[in-house]
Design a protein around this ligand. Sequence first.
Ligand SMILES: [Mg+2]
Length: 366
Amino acid sequence: MDGHFDPFRKAASGWIFHCDADAFYASCHMAEDTALRKLPVVVAGDPKSRHGVIVTANYAARNLGIRTGMTLGTARLLCPEVVAIEPDKPLYRRYSQALHGILSQYTINREPLSLDEAWLDMNQVLNFNDDPRPVAAELQSRIAEMVGISVSIGVSVNKMLAKQISDWNKPGGITLLRHQDIPDKLWPRPISELFGCGPVTARKMTKLGIVTIGDLAEQGVAEIMHRFGWHGLTLRLRATGDDNSPVVNPRPEDRRSVSAEHTTAYDMAREEDILGLIGQCAEEVSRHLEQLGLVGYTLSIKWRTRDFVTHTRQMVSYAALCDTQNIFRLASRLWAQSGEKKAIRLAGVSVSRLKQPSQQLRFWDE
Ligand SMILES: [Mg+2]
């Protein structure tokens, strides 16, 4: 059984996890520099200026009343010692990859939602008779150990409920909501907390006397549809815990390119050495395309000269690129056309415009 979208799927057959890192940006900095762990830390747009706006605050800072969206000036009034750090996107990407790498070890059905959030369909690991909490706890401690950040996990019978509850016990929470818990635990919550219900809709609903999620669950579908349209209907279904949307893996062909590159420890000037390096990249790209079951139609090469200038060239291929020979032939032709005379420090090969090989070709291959 693979992870492809099944339009006839009725409902999840096992637990769905929604994993969400706690104060992700701040956590990355705290993992890099453990001295920050005990201090109030904020990530702010312009940490030098008191007008810099806070993007994320760690829990030590939140406990002092510091919030996202505050200016640093206000935060310093609450806590003069607050540590302000500039956002570091490459750092967050690196931690995000490490986090999603561990999540993908738990199930092949994983749908990333953002840098620090994903749904995991655990139906092949846990059915509804199993207690999902030990597995969630193990996942948390593995992420803490391998990545150095903490996550909260919502565990429920579908995607929306899992997402809805994952922040109820932050940081480091595991929140379980079974179908029968919905009236007691979900319905008393204010309508503004319902996933997808924006402030405008929440205000409009409150005016109509729909104050809690439970109030919305009791509304007639036709009435809600009349006043709030399809969006209202979706919210009304969510309020009763009704959601059959499947966890959808990102499809391999959504990848934009497959590439490989190598940096050399010394300047490389001899033609045969450079072609050797390009050949190595071509082989790696070919192997990766084969693993993904894809072919590509644009080939690029990249090289960096010893003065640290990076150059690229690309060409379109009318034949599907996937085997090493074809990729290497085009890559070495592009290299020859470049006329580069300087020594290089890096070479790379990339294949893009990826597609599934045509069915007809497959048919004749067999
Ligand atoms: Mg988060």
